[in-house]
Design a protein around this ligand. Sequence first.
Ligand code: SF4
Length: 248
Amino acid sequence: MPSIPFPKKKVPLEAAREELKILEKSYPDAKTALDYEDPFTLLIAVILSAQTTDAGVNRVTPFLFERYPTPQALAGAKLADVEKIIKPTGFFRMKAKSIVNAAKALVERCDGKVPRDRETLETIPGVGRKTANVVLSVVYKEPTIAVDTHVFRVSHRLGMTLGKTPRDVEGDLDKIVPEQKKHLVSHWMILHGRALCKAPWPLCESCPLNALCPTVPLRAKTLAARRPAKKVAGARRPAQGASKGKKG
Ligand code: SF4
């Protein structure tokens, strides 16, 4: 299927807020799909989730945390042992280094606790803005919005942003989403992106947002452009060699 362009104009604020209400209603129990017990296990699970699925991470973390249940235990782990456990998540050498170094940083600089402020969180190895936002919003219910590939796509398709980078999208969503819902909006969009607003082809016919969504006409246009031209009933193909407007 061809990909559908993102809308070139944002929807008005009231329409965007209406879209958010529908998302909230559609996913009332939205939460992270990563399994975790506490801030430490969530932080490590989020670092492991780069370039893989949450389900894939959930398959390895029980073994990882059985062996290394605390930052102190993981900080003292041998890289080769950690690599063996997390191998199925991909990029396992880099990830093993990140999570062991993250655990060391927690022990050495944060009293073994996951910090609650972004500035300190982002100094932990393996933690960028998105990971910090996930931890802050999921564990501490802070009003932060984590922009992953689903949030990026869904918010563009809904005309909430024209942002070129995750940071731009986060800034636009930050202006639209009510403060007390900011820690939830990523989960709504991730679930919606997985269920209906799929890449590259969204299932708009089944979507509760289709009356508001500016991507619906763009999708129809994209589909029409790809359909072969309809045959006119009764029309015949000209015989080979026949010329237009026979002379003589
Ligand atoms: S109507 Fe289509 S493009 Fe718009 S949010 Fe729903 S599934 Fe996505």
